[in-house]
Design a protein around this ligand. Structure first.
Ligand code: GUN
Length: 297
Protein backbone atom coordinates (compact mmCIF):
# COMPACT_ATOMS: atom_id res chain seq x y z
CA UNK A 1 0.00 0.00 0.00
CA UNK A 2 1.21 3.51 -0.82
CA UNK A 3 0.17 5.54 2.22
CA UNK A 4 -0.89 9.15 2.33
CA UNK A 5 1.58 10.96 4.55
CA UNK A 6 -0.49 13.29 6.74
CA UNK A 7 1.56 16.48 6.64
CA UNK A 8 1.27 18.20 10.01
CA UNK A 9 3.77 20.86 9.05
CA UNK A 10 1.60 21.97 6.12
CA UNK A 11 -1.74 21.68 7.95
CA UNK A 12 -0.33 23.62 10.89
CA UNK A 13 0.94 26.33 8.51
CA UNK A 14 -2.58 26.76 7.15
CA UNK A 15 -4.03 26.97 10.68
CA UNK A 16 -1.36 29.50 11.73
CA UNK A 17 -2.29 31.65 8.73
CA UNK A 18 -5.93 31.52 9.79
CA UNK A 19 -4.89 32.52 13.32
CA UNK A 20 -2.76 35.43 12.08
CA UNK A 21 -5.82 36.80 10.26
CA UNK A 22 -7.93 36.45 13.39
CA UNK A 23 -5.28 38.17 15.54
CA UNK A 24 -5.15 41.07 13.06
CA UNK A 25 -8.96 41.46 13.31
CA UNK A 26 -8.85 41.44 17.12
CA UNK A 27 -6.22 44.18 16.97
CA UNK A 28 -7.99 46.37 14.42
CA UNK A 29 -11.58 45.94 15.64
CA UNK A 30 -11.06 45.62 19.40
CA UNK A 31 -7.56 46.95 20.07
CA UNK A 32 -6.88 43.58 21.67
CA UNK A 33 -3.55 41.79 21.45
CA UNK A 34 -3.77 38.16 22.60
CA UNK A 35 -1.04 37.33 25.11
CA UNK A 36 0.51 34.08 26.31
CA UNK A 37 2.81 33.50 29.29
CA UNK A 38 4.88 30.33 29.19
CA UNK A 39 6.52 29.19 32.41
CA UNK A 40 9.51 26.87 32.24
CA UNK A 41 10.94 25.48 35.46
CA UNK A 42 14.39 23.89 35.25
CA UNK A 43 16.66 23.14 32.32
CA UNK A 44 15.33 20.02 30.60
CA UNK A 45 16.71 20.44 27.06
CA UNK A 46 13.65 19.00 25.26
CA UNK A 47 11.30 21.29 27.23
CA UNK A 48 13.54 24.28 26.44
CA UNK A 49 13.20 23.51 22.71
CA UNK A 50 9.39 23.19 22.96
CA UNK A 51 9.12 26.46 24.87
CA UNK A 52 11.34 28.32 22.41
CA UNK A 53 9.21 27.02 19.52
CA UNK A 54 6.03 28.17 21.26
CA UNK A 55 7.41 31.69 21.72
CA UNK A 56 8.52 31.87 18.11
CA UNK A 57 5.14 30.64 16.82
CA UNK A 58 3.34 33.31 18.89
CA UNK A 59 5.53 36.04 17.45
CA UNK A 60 4.84 34.88 13.89
CA UNK A 61 1.07 35.24 14.22
CA UNK A 62 1.15 38.48 16.24
CA UNK A 63 0.44 37.02 19.70
CA UNK A 64 2.35 38.75 22.52
CA UNK A 65 4.30 36.17 24.50
CA UNK A 66 6.73 36.07 27.39
CA UNK A 67 8.69 33.10 28.64
CA UNK A 68 9.35 32.99 32.36
CA UNK A 69 12.43 30.86 33.02
CA UNK A 70 12.68 29.69 36.61
CA UNK A 71 15.54 27.65 38.10
CA UNK A 72 15.05 23.97 38.94
CA UNK A 73 15.40 24.93 42.64
CA UNK A 74 12.16 26.98 42.49
CA UNK A 75 9.88 25.98 45.36
CA UNK A 76 6.24 25.10 44.91
CA UNK A 77 5.13 28.23 46.76
CA UNK A 78 7.36 30.43 44.59
CA UNK A 79 5.79 28.91 41.50
CA UNK A 80 2.28 29.32 42.94
CA UNK A 81 3.04 33.01 43.57
CA UNK A 82 4.24 33.45 40.01
CA UNK A 83 1.07 31.84 38.64
CA UNK A 84 -1.06 34.02 40.87
CA UNK A 85 0.64 37.10 39.37
CA UNK A 86 0.11 35.81 35.82
CA UNK A 87 -3.55 34.96 36.55
CA UNK A 88 -4.04 38.64 37.40
CA UNK A 89 -1.91 40.14 34.64
CA UNK A 90 -4.25 41.49 31.92
CA UNK A 91 -1.53 41.26 29.24
CA UNK A 92 -1.79 37.48 29.36
CA UNK A 93 -4.97 35.72 28.24
CA UNK A 94 -3.27 32.34 28.39
CA UNK A 95 -0.87 30.88 30.96
CA UNK A 96 0.98 27.65 30.22
CA UNK A 97 3.27 25.83 32.63
CA UNK A 98 5.55 23.52 30.68
CA UNK A 99 5.40 19.92 31.91
CA UNK A 100 6.94 17.86 33.37
CA UNK A 101 7.80 19.88 36.48
CA UNK A 102 10.68 19.01 38.83
CA UNK A 103 9.59 16.19 41.13
CA UNK A 104 9.55 18.35 44.30
CA UNK A 105 6.63 20.32 42.84
CA UNK A 106 3.10 18.86 42.78
CA UNK A 107 1.87 19.07 39.21
CA UNK A 108 -1.72 18.80 40.39
CA UNK A 109 -1.40 21.77 42.78
CA UNK A 110 0.05 23.88 40.01
CA UNK A 111 -2.69 22.97 37.53
CA UNK A 112 -5.34 23.68 40.17
CA UNK A 113 -3.85 27.14 40.76
CA UNK A 114 -4.34 28.22 37.13
CA UNK A 115 -7.28 30.47 36.35
CA UNK A 116 -9.45 28.09 34.26
CA UNK A 117 -10.15 31.01 31.88
CA UNK A 118 -6.39 31.22 31.14
CA UNK A 119 -5.73 27.47 31.10
CA UNK A 120 -4.93 27.17 27.40
CA UNK A 121 -3.59 23.64 27.98
CA UNK A 122 -7.09 22.54 29.05
CA UNK A 123 -5.73 20.62 32.05
CA UNK A 124 -7.61 22.28 34.93
CA UNK A 125 -10.38 19.98 36.26
CA UNK A 126 -13.01 22.57 35.23
CA UNK A 127 -11.82 22.34 31.64
CA UNK A 128 -11.47 18.54 31.80
CA UNK A 129 -15.04 18.34 33.12
CA UNK A 130 -16.32 20.55 30.33
CA UNK A 131 -14.58 18.34 27.77
CA UNK A 132 -16.27 15.26 29.25
CA UNK A 133 -19.63 17.07 29.11
CA UNK A 134 -19.12 17.73 25.41
CA UNK A 135 -19.03 21.49 26.04
CA UNK A 136 -15.31 22.28 25.98
CA UNK A 137 -13.72 25.64 26.55
CA UNK A 138 -10.08 24.76 25.94
CA UNK A 139 -9.30 21.40 24.33
CA UNK A 140 -5.82 20.12 25.27
CA UNK A 141 -3.50 21.09 22.43
CA UNK A 142 -2.23 17.70 21.25
CA UNK A 143 -5.67 16.01 21.08
CA UNK A 144 -7.10 19.13 19.42
CA UNK A 145 -4.29 18.89 16.87
CA UNK A 146 -5.01 15.22 16.21
CA UNK A 147 -8.68 16.01 15.55
CA UNK A 148 -7.68 18.74 13.09
CA UNK A 149 -5.21 16.42 11.35
CA UNK A 150 -7.91 13.79 10.87
CA UNK A 151 -10.56 16.21 9.64
CA UNK A 152 -8.33 18.27 7.38
CA UNK A 153 -6.82 15.16 5.77
CA UNK A 154 -10.26 13.69 5.01
CA UNK A 155 -10.19 10.97 7.68
CA UNK A 156 -13.47 11.63 9.49
CA UNK A 157 -13.50 9.37 12.59
CA UNK A 158 -17.33 9.05 12.59
CA UNK A 159 -18.38 5.40 12.85
CA UNK A 160 -14.76 4.17 12.91
CA UNK A 161 -13.11 2.01 15.54
CA UNK A 162 -10.49 4.36 17.00
CA UNK A 163 -7.96 2.70 19.28
CA UNK A 164 -5.87 4.87 21.62
CA UNK A 165 -2.66 3.40 23.05
CA UNK A 166 -1.81 5.39 26.18
CA UNK A 167 -3.89 6.90 28.99
CA UNK A 168 -2.01 10.08 29.90
CA UNK A 169 -3.93 13.11 31.16
CA UNK A 170 -2.46 15.22 28.37
CA UNK A 171 -3.14 12.98 25.33
CA UNK A 172 -4.65 9.50 25.85
CA UNK A 173 -7.58 10.36 28.12
CA UNK A 174 -8.68 13.58 26.37
CA UNK A 175 -8.42 12.20 22.80
CA UNK A 176 -10.53 9.20 23.82
CA UNK A 177 -13.15 11.44 25.45
CA UNK A 178 -13.25 13.76 22.43
CA UNK A 179 -13.51 11.02 19.85
CA UNK A 180 -16.49 9.35 21.55
CA UNK A 181 -18.62 12.52 21.61
CA UNK A 182 -21.66 12.74 19.35
CA UNK A 183 -20.15 15.70 17.54
CA UNK A 184 -18.60 16.66 14.24
CA UNK A 185 -15.02 15.43 14.00
CA UNK A 186 -15.78 12.63 16.45
CA UNK A 187 -18.54 10.00 16.91
CA UNK A 188 -16.05 7.12 16.81
CA UNK A 189 -16.19 3.84 18.71
CA UNK A 190 -13.27 4.22 21.10
CA UNK A 191 -11.06 1.67 22.84
CA UNK A 192 -8.27 2.73 25.21
CA UNK A 193 -5.28 0.44 25.66
CA UNK A 194 -2.60 0.84 28.33
CA UNK A 195 0.14 -1.02 30.15
CA UNK A 196 -2.46 -3.27 31.79
CA UNK A 197 -4.02 -4.32 28.46
CA UNK A 198 -3.86 -8.02 27.62
CA UNK A 199 -3.54 -9.14 23.99
CA UNK A 200 -2.75 -5.62 22.83
CA UNK A 201 -2.17 -6.74 19.23
CA UNK A 202 -5.67 -8.23 18.98
CA UNK A 203 -7.13 -4.83 19.83
CA UNK A 204 -4.80 -2.69 17.72
CA UNK A 205 -5.40 -4.98 14.73
CA UNK A 206 -9.10 -4.16 14.95
CA UNK A 207 -8.43 -0.40 14.68
CA UNK A 208 -9.57 1.67 11.72
CA UNK A 209 -7.69 4.59 13.29
CA UNK A 210 -4.80 3.98 15.69
CA UNK A 211 -3.53 6.76 17.96
CA UNK A 212 -0.16 5.86 19.46
CA UNK A 213 0.64 7.91 22.58
CA UNK A 214 2.76 5.49 24.52
CA UNK A 215 6.05 7.34 24.95
CA UNK A 216 8.27 4.44 23.88
CA UNK A 217 10.11 4.45 20.54
CA UNK A 218 8.74 2.24 17.76
CA UNK A 219 6.44 0.20 20.02
CA UNK A 220 3.73 -0.22 17.38
CA UNK A 221 5.07 -2.76 14.91
CA UNK A 222 3.70 -3.95 11.56
CA UNK A 223 2.21 -7.16 13.02
CA UNK A 224 0.01 -5.00 15.29
CA UNK A 225 -1.96 -3.30 12.49
CA UNK A 226 -4.24 -4.35 9.65
CA UNK A 227 -4.01 -3.23 6.04
CA UNK A 228 -5.71 0.11 5.46
CA UNK A 229 -5.27 1.50 8.97
CA UNK A 230 -4.93 5.25 9.60
CA UNK A 231 -2.09 5.88 12.06
CA UNK A 232 -1.57 8.96 14.23
CA UNK A 233 1.82 8.84 15.93
CA UNK A 234 2.04 11.14 18.96
CA UNK A 235 5.47 9.96 20.11
CA UNK A 236 8.50 12.21 20.05
CA UNK A 237 11.41 10.08 21.27
CA UNK A 238 15.09 10.89 21.12
CA UNK A 239 17.16 7.89 20.04
CA UNK A 240 20.93 7.81 19.75
CA UNK A 241 22.27 8.43 16.25
CA UNK A 242 26.01 8.93 15.97
CA UNK A 243 25.67 10.04 12.32
CA UNK A 244 23.93 13.22 13.50
CA UNK A 245 25.78 16.21 14.85
CA UNK A 246 23.37 16.37 17.80
CA UNK A 247 24.03 12.68 18.55
CA UNK A 248 20.32 11.82 18.40
CA UNK A 249 17.30 11.79 16.11
CA UNK A 250 13.59 11.86 16.72
CA UNK A 251 11.40 8.80 16.20
CA UNK A 252 7.76 8.15 16.98
CA UNK A 253 5.98 5.46 18.97
CA UNK A 254 5.34 3.69 15.65
CA UNK A 255 7.80 1.75 13.51
CA UNK A 256 7.10 4.10 10.60
CA UNK A 257 9.10 2.22 7.97
CA UNK A 258 7.19 -1.05 8.38
CA UNK A 259 3.78 0.17 9.59
CA UNK A 260 3.49 2.71 6.77
CA UNK A 261 3.56 -0.15 4.24
CA UNK A 262 0.21 -1.37 5.61
CA UNK A 263 -1.34 2.06 6.25
CA UNK A 264 -3.84 4.03 4.22
CA UNK A 265 -2.57 7.22 5.90
CA UNK A 266 0.06 7.90 8.56
CA UNK A 267 1.69 10.86 10.32
CA UNK A 268 5.48 11.17 10.18
CA UNK A 269 7.76 12.05 13.12
CA UNK A 270 8.84 14.79 13.03
CA UNK A 271 6.34 16.79 10.97
CA UNK A 272 3.08 15.13 12.05
CA UNK A 273 1.40 15.77 15.39
CA UNK A 274 4.21 17.96 16.82
CA UNK A 275 3.60 21.12 14.76
CA UNK A 276 -0.16 20.76 15.31
CA UNK A 277 0.21 20.98 19.09
CA UNK A 278 1.72 24.45 18.77
CA UNK A 279 -0.92 25.57 16.25
CA UNK A 280 -3.67 24.56 18.70
CA UNK A 281 -1.95 26.42 21.55
CA UNK A 282 -2.18 29.55 19.41
CA UNK A 283 -5.85 28.77 18.67
CA UNK A 284 -6.59 28.41 22.39
CA UNK A 285 -4.75 31.64 23.23
CA UNK A 286 -6.81 33.58 20.69
CA UNK A 287 -9.96 31.94 22.07
CA UNK A 288 -8.98 33.00 25.62
CA UNK A 289 -8.48 36.57 24.42
CA UNK A 290 -11.82 36.58 22.60
CA UNK A 291 -13.57 35.28 25.73
CA UNK A 292 -12.47 38.39 27.65
CA UNK A 293 -14.39 40.49 25.11
CA UNK A 294 -17.54 38.46 25.63
CA UNK A 295 -17.40 38.75 29.42
CA UNK A 296 -16.63 42.49 29.35
CA UNK A 297 -19.64 43.28 27.13
N1 GUN B 1 4.89 18.96 27.80
C1 GUN B 1 4.74 18.19 26.69
N2 GUN B 1 3.62 18.55 26.04
C2 GUN B 1 3.05 19.54 26.74
C3 GUN B 1 1.86 20.32 26.55
O1 GUN B 1 1.08 20.15 25.62
N3 GUN B 1 1.63 21.25 27.51
C4 GUN B 1 2.46 21.44 28.56
N4 GUN B 1 2.13 22.37 29.46
N5 GUN B 1 3.55 20.74 28.76
C5 GUN B 1 3.85 19.80 27.85
Amino acid sequence: MNPTIINGTEISRIIREEIATEVAVLKSDHNLIPGLAVVLVGDDPASAVYVRNKGRACEEVGIYSETINLPSTTTQSELLNKISDLNQDPRFHGVLVQLPLPTHISQRSIILSLDPKKDVDGLHPINVGRLVEGNPNFIPCTPAGIQQLLMRSGQDPAGKHLVVCGRSDIVGKPIAIMMMQKQEGANATVTICHTGTKNLGDITRSADILVAAIGRPRSITADMVTDGVVVIDVGINRVEDSSRRSGYRLVGDVDFEEVSKKSMAITPVPGGVGPMTIAMLLTNTVKAARLTLETSN
